[in-house]
Each structure stands twice: as C-alpha cells, then as structure tokens.
Design a protein around this ligand. Sequence first.
Ligand code: PGA
Ligand code: MG
Length: 218
Amino acid sequence: MTRFTAIIFDLDGTLIHSAPDLQFAANAALETIGRGPLDLATVISFIGNGVETLVKRALAVTGGGDDALERTVLAVFLDVYAENITTLTRPYDGVIASLETFRGEGIKLGICTNKPTAPALDICARLDLTRYFDVIVGAEPDRPKKPAPDMLLACLSQLGCPREQAIYVGDSAVDYQTARNCDVTFRLFSKGYLNEPLPLLTAAEQFDNWHQNGILAV
Ligand SMILES: O=C(O)COP(=O)(O)O
Ligand SMILES: [Mg+2]
C-alpha cells in the first residue's frame, strides 16, 4: 500500500489546458492600449507565477509599462477573463478518469494554484471538477504565491495531511520549487507549461500522459 494519502495538483498546465483563454484575455487587454497580440507559445511562457506576472511580462515584450499601466491592463485582463473563462479551457485528456480513480482509492485531493481564487473556483465549477476536491487554494492578495511555501502548507493543513504523506503534482519549475520548500514529494506533468529547465528528474518522478496513473508510484 502506498504511503501517500493526499495528492495536491497545480491547475494551469497540469489539470487543465487554459492557455487559449488566458491568451484571449491578454490580447484583449493589450488591444485596449493599442498593443498587438501575443501568440500562444509566448503567453504559455508567461504562465505559472500568477496573473500579475503574466500581465507584467505581456507589457514588457510589447513596449514596457509602469505600475499604473500594469494595474489598468490587469483589471481589463481579469474582466475579460471572467467572461471567457472556459470558452476554450478543458481538462487534459485522462484527467477526469484519474481523479475518479484516486477518489475511488480514498485519496484526499486538493488544488494549489497561483491563479486567483475566484477564477480558479469558477473554472472548477464550470468544468465539473469541484466535486473531486477536498480543498482548492488559489492566490490571495495577502498571501505569498508559489514558490513560497504558504499556499501548499495551507492546502496540507486544510486537508489534515502530514507533508510526508502528500504528493504535489505540477507542470513548472515554480511547482517543483514549491514542493521542495515544503519538503513534499513532487511529480511533474511534462506536457504542461514548463518554461524553465528543471533539475534532472527520474522517469518515476514525471509523466506525460494522464492515462498513466504512475504518479503514485514511489
Ligand atoms: O496563474 C498562473 O500563472 C499559473 O497558475 P498555476 O499555478 O495553476 O499554474
Ligand atoms: Mg501550472
């Protein structure tokens, strides 16, 4: 029997392919200040550190911008995103079946995402994911984002799970570092939005297909 009793997942690029809706909102926000659109690969390379960073990076590559412009563009981005949050966003193939399997095995499930809490909850509700999770922790203004340990520790505490019994599954260097900062076992979904190289992971520490539930292998 496995020693793991809880699995906590990152959201964007791990459970869901959300980049096309994030790209739409980013480009709509850029358009309001006369900036041209970004392609999908560029937007994907900006995902993982939260929406503020995504907007900051989008402004930086289209001509720059100060804090006031960042705030203005972020507000438009969030408004547009709220209206188009699951237009194109879908769970990766095999995610639902995996969640069903984990629940069937009595494993506690959580989400720990740098996406703000409101859109994270909205997406889960619209994609019928909410029912699988005991806790969903999103970014809050007064809490340090990943890779700071705070969010993942909050998730563990709400699950009542000791850190040595948990796995954190993510798609990015931010997620890897978060798990390390919490001393939690990490598994990489390698077909998400990895945009920085990671230290060498063994084959058992990563997977590229949700139809293989190998992430629970020790
Ligand atoms: O909002 C982001 O930048 C990333 O969100 P994630 O933590 O779910 O990958
Ligand atoms: Mg991610």
